[in-house]
Design a protein around this ligand. Structure first.
Ligand code: 3HC
Length: 708
């Protein structure tokens, strides 16, 4: 048997130490060893009580998420959970006081094990929670039955539906833990356990009776939570299953409630929602692993930064640095632009303050980290410069030439270009190993994605430093290759083109946006473009035209350029795909002009407009994304399909519960996706061309994640 739970007796107390690094996850063997160790402690004449503790920096961070893959059907899950529930009842039936000692994270199954112990003590900084819902499941080892008995149904409902951990002091106040240990955790836990042994005190949580008033209040809380979830849990199943399980616990006995919990868990764990969320749990962590950039690659500490360009993106990027406590120079050539940029930054912080998320003092302290300037003075002191000037090749090249001159040789030079060739900037700087792309997403201080674009000569140290920096800036850094639009915008061009063509063929802007929002995106393609600015895409198209290229092969709608020519740039000008109350307003109304333009363009292209179903809209848009994603993968501009999923989740708000565009395509079925491409080619033209990788995977009966 692997020694995952160590046993020793200290000061008359059996100490059971779970040692399964890095987070003491409950692999199937760990469950079994806890069971055995408790039995041994009961039988040990030298132990009057037991303490269960985690080795290293944490208690138990939950069940082993990878092991859920073994639960293929609800029946598998029911069989497994029967054993787990029985095991925890045996643990709870321990005849000597059993104390769980919590530090680091006591999450999911970890907290459930702790609840089966008679008492819980914790360090002050321990985090205690039931985050299962974030994986599309519910607590499956008694958490929905024991937590309401300990903390009340209302608190249990909150913890299990939002998945956020609570602090030890809050857990103490709620009755989830019994004591906070100020000094050494093990010493404190042993002393606590001995005191309980001397008092002959054992408390089984499952025996706690919730009185009639508690049941009534709990049932009301269940109804209120269901109503609240309509807003916060759109498209999700697991949060509702949590409420059902807790409600069952209030209405039924502990054992009957536990059976209901197991059934609901079994349902959830086999769901696409849970598979998608589990996939993203690991994909989120994998993006930081770049195959040819080893973990021990030296990195540069970023202690001072500069941003060139005080526009919307530049200002947002400067805020990221300041929020992370990094002093930043913000340069613009034009004092008026600089003043506008600083005023926007202040306004953003004041909005945050008005929501109670920052104090006035914090606003001033953070603002003080941003130094506006119209010169390169001080650039020789910074560790990184992020260039965020207009998306214009000549201007950017000139900026990099300047930066090569005014910064130290070891300074990282990053471009926030959303499309252009990083290698050209690298050459212009004269220091190509130090140059790469840092592509932020709008609004740069809010969106969590940072595409880290490696050029031909970008050094491994610069990539590793960028990944480290992304964490410091609270971003998810994903390393991508240097192709036009990189990964996010390269695929977006296909997504947007399909939206434009659907409009010309007969769908409306409102329908397309609504369908995508119903699918789970925060905003549809047209609404998104009105926020980002129709001018941005138009200028990129102008540049491409000037070098004889286009973003996506095949037909392109003329409507976006027509709107650009009319000065309808979106929200900022008060008109774009929609009409707005005023420039900057978000209150939008339909504009019949768009319908008129769609009719005109359809006529020019010889298209008879027709009613288009919601299903067709989703199918075409998601197929366009997956097909281009397959090309991105084959061209090796993304390391893994999961990286693309992460990019879309954090860059564009692709719904997590659908797992990202590549994962979603697999849930649809790659053969179906390929047959759609063939069908669309026949119906709409040769611009629909199956990606060779997609064809190959389907022919081989494999998927994006099992390419071998
Ligand atoms: N199962 C399997 N692997 C896990 C894991 C788990 N529960 N929790 C973390 N890991 C792995 C990570 O994948 C990562 O692996 P890697 O080094 O190979 O990439 C490694 O442990 C370290 O994790 P992090 O990088 O996330 O470390 P952090 O220190 O940043 O965060 C943490 C630690 C807060 C514990 C975070 O890992 C986390 O949130 N873990 C998941 C917690 C969770 O969801 N628990 C519930 C599980 S479901 C359950 O318990 C069901 C039950 O009701 C029956």
């Amino acid at each position: 048997m692997p020694n995952l739970v160590r046993y020793e007796v200290k000061d008359g107390v059996a100490v059971l130490t779970i040692d399964n690094p890095p987070v003491n996850a409950l692999a199937p063997e760990v469950w079994g060893e806890i069971d055995e160790a408790v039995k041994r402690g009961v039988a040990d004449p030298n132990a009057e009580a037991l303490v269960l503790i985690g080795a290293g920096t944490t208690f138990i961070a939950g069940a082993d998420i990878k092991a859920f893959e073994l639960l293929k059907t609800p029946a598998d899950s029911m069989a497994r959970s029967e054993g787990t529930h029985a095991l925890l009842k045996r643990v709870e039936d321990c005849t000597k006081p059993l104390v769980a000692a919590l530090h680091g994270n006591a999450l999911g199954g970890g907290l459930e094990v702790a609840q089966a112990c008679h008492f819980r003590v914790a360090t002050k900084d321990a985090k205690i929670g039931q985050p299962e819902v974030l994986l599309g499941i519910i607590p499956g080892a008694g958490g929905t039955q024991r937590l309401p008995r300990l903390a009340g149904a209302k608190m249990a409902l909150t913890m299990c539906t939002d998945g956020k951990p609570v602090t030890a002091p809050n857990a103490l106040a709620a009755g989830i833990i019994d004591h906070i240990v100020a000094d050494d955790l093990l010493t404190g836990a042993i002393a606590f356990a001995k005191s309980k042994a001397q008092a002959h005190e054992i408390r089984k949580v499952r025996d706690i009776v919730i009185n009639a008033d508690g049941v009534k209040a709990g049932l009301e809380a269940c109804d209120a939570m269901r109503a609240a979830l309509k807003k916060t849990a759109k498209g999700l199943r697991a949060p509702y299953a949590v409420v059902d399980a807790i409600e069952a616990g209030l209405k039924l006995s502990f054992d009957q409630g536990s059976v209901r919990e197991r059934e609901l868990f079994a349902d959830c764990v086999a769901s696409t929602e849970s598979k998608a969320l589990r996939h993203l749990f690991f994909a989120d962590r994998e993006v930081a692993k770049v195959p040819d950039v080893p973990k021990d690659t030296p990195t540069k500490d970023i202690t001072r930064a500069a941003v060139v360009g005080a526009g919307t993106m530049g200002g947002g990027i400067a805020m990221n640095y300041a929020n992370a406590g990094i002093p930043v120079l913000l340069k613009d050539v034009d004092q008026a632009a600089l003043d506008r940029g600083m005023a926007t930054i202040r306004k953003n912080y004041e909005v945050t303050m008005s929501k109670g998320k920052m104090t006035a003092e914090q606003v001033e302290k953070t603002m003080a980290l941003i130094t506006p300037t119209t010169t390169y003075d001080g650039f020789d002191q910074v560790d990184i410069v992020t260039e965020a000037v207009f998306e214009n090749m000549d201007l950017k090249k000139a900026t990099f030439t300047d930066l090569g001159r005014v910064t130290r040789p070891d300074c990282i030079l990053a471009s926030n270009s959303s499309t252009l060739d990083i290698d050209q900037f690298a050459n212009a700087s004269g220091r190509p190993a130090q140059v790469l792309g840092h592509h932020y997403f709008s609004p740069a201080n809010v969106m969590k994605l940072l595409e880290i674009v490696r050029g031909k000569e970008t050094s491994k140290e610069v990539i590793a430093s960028s990944l480290k920096l992304s964490k410091k800036l609270a971003k998810v850094g994903v390393v991508v290759g240097n192709c036009f639009g990189f990964v996010a915008n390269r695929m977006l061009a296909y997504y947007m083109r399909e939206a434009y063509l659907l409009l010309e063929e007969g769908a409306s802007v409102e329908q397309i946006d609504r369908v995508l929002v119903d699918f789970g995106l925060p905003v549809g393609p047209f609404g998104m473009q009105d926020i980002a600015g129709i001018d941005v895409g138009a200028r990129i198209r102008q540049y491409l035209k000037s070098i004889g290229k286009s973003r996506a092969e095949g037909p392109q709608s003329a409507i976006p350029d027509r709107l650009f020519e009319l000065g309808r740039y979106g929200q900022k000008t008060g008109a774009g795909w929609y009409m707005y109350d005023a420039p900057g307003s978000r209150n939008r109304t339909t504009d019949p002009l768009i319908e008129q333009m769609a009719n005109e363009e359809a006529k020019k292209r010889g298209i008879v407009r027709r009613p288009i179903s919601d299903e067709e809209i989703i199918a075409r848009i998601t197929t366009a994304l997956a097909n281009e994603g397959a090309r991105v993968l084959a061209d090796k501009f993304a390391t893994r399909p999961g990286d693309i999923d992460v990019i879309y989740v954090y860059g564009f708000g692709f719904p997590r519960y659908r797992g990202g565009p590549m994962f979603y395509a697999e849930t649809v079925g790659l053969p179906t996706v390929l047959s759609r491409v063939h069908e669309y080619r026949a119906r709409f033209g040769d611009y629909w061309e199956p990606a060779p990788l997609l064809e190959k995977l389907v022919a081989d009966g494999r998927g994006f994640y099992t390419q071998g």
